[in-house]
Design a protein around this ligand. Structure first.
Ligand SMILES: [Cu+2]
Length: 351
């Protein structure tokens, strides 16, 4: 337990609270002095924050050249814009195969067959060509055929369909890395449960900021959800206010984020890069403006990012769980690496 950090945090909060209380209860005549006191506290905090931010290890995020999963524009490729995004997970590959190799051929053959039958009946059995209509009401052979063939078609669809369903419900292994995606009205918060519990708040970038960085507008965010590649991840979803849904099409991943219950599902990404998704449950006025951006990095880089956020690595000395930020927190607040806190504590102990 890192007592030094707790003590410092508590002390800061107490100083600020005390200043706020005295400010509120102060007589009007004392207003100027109290304001100065509050400003002094704020200035102290800002100076300290700046020092910490300078000392935090810098982390270089991927640029637009690393975008892997995103929708295709109709201007670039009309056909690709109308179907699934290219898939980057095993489940996605399987689902895409089922769609392309089984469902689409079955749908196409049945549609053409029914259209052909209709045209044939219209032409061959129209009133001028066939004035006396047939009174046939039963034909055993035809009835057997139109029962058995659909049953076979349904079986052909059911086998891969149930297989896909089972794969999607596969539980993550015991040692999977847990990351919790919290849906808020209207942004996402990513909680790194196994890395000290810090939470990254992710808001959509403005169109200008997104386009100037070369990213797709209305999908780019200020803080991406950074994950490691090649390891199973236990994604948990939770609704902090209403029902949201965490969906990333190119990873074949979608799960509801429901208040009061945690849903979980396994995700494994094998290719480093940026993958875009969106909230996929109508959750209010700005539902369309809470995109998801996942940045998948090799494990060593992921660990460096965790440390840059003030998180801890599993197996390392247990550190104080960071208090989850309720609102977008200033960078300096969360950017304290564990070693520095330890070093500062040691220095304090010696003096
Ligand atoms: Cu939502």
């Amino acid at each position: 337990m890192n007592f030094g950090e707790i003590a410092r945090k508590r002390l800061h909060i107490m100083v600020i609270m005390a200043a706020a209380v005295s400010f509120l209860t102060a007589p009007v005549t004392g207003f100027a002095q109290e304001t100065e006191a509050v400003e002094a506290v704020a200035a102290d905090a800002a100076v300290e924050g700046a020092v910490v931010a300078d000392a935090a290890p810098a982390f270089e995020h991927y640029g637009a050249d690393m975008i892997v999963g995103q929708p295709v524009s109709a201007n670039e490729d009309m056909l690709a814009s109308m179907t699934f995004q290219p898939q980057h997970t095993a489940n996605g590959d399987y689902a895409l195969w089922m769609h392309d190799a089984i469902l689409m051929p079955v749908i196409t053959v049945i549609s053409l067959f029914v259209l052909g039958l209709l045209l044939w009946v219209v032409a061959r059995y129209r009133r001028s060509r066939n004035p006396v209509a047939s009174k046939t009401s039963h034909n055993t052979l035809i009835e057997i055929i139109w029962t058995v063939i659909p049953v076979i078609i349904l079986l052909v669809i059911a086998v891969p369909s149930i297989t896909l369903l089972a794969r999607q419900y596969q539980s993550p292994p015991e040692d999977a890395l847990t990351i919790k995606a919290n849906g808020y009205q209207w942004y996402w918060g990513y909680e790194y449960v196994d890395n000290g519990g810090f939470e990254v708040i992710s808001n959509m970038l403005s169109d200008e900021d997104a386009l100037s960085s070369g990213e797709p507008h209305q999908l780019a965010v200020d803080n991406r959800m950074v994950v490691p590649v090649g390891v199973p991840i236990r994604i948990q979803t939770f609704g902090k206010d209403v029902i949201h849904a965490f969906g990333v099409p190119s990873l074949w991943f979608k799960m509801d984020a429901v208040p009061g219950r945690i849903n979980e599902k396994m995700l494994q990404i094998d290719e480093p890069g940026i993958y875009y998704g969106q909230c996929m449950e109508l959750c209010g006025a700005r539902h369309g403006y809470m995109p998801i951006a996942i940045e998948a990095r090799p494990v060593a880089e992921y660990e460096a990012w965790v440390l840059s956020q003030g998180g801890t690595l599993p197996g390392a000395v247990a550190a104080v769980p960071a208090e989850p930020a309720a609102a977008p927190a200033p960078e300096a607040e969360v950017a304290v690496p564990a070693e520095e806190i330890a070093a500062a504590d040691a220095a304090q102990a010696q003096s």
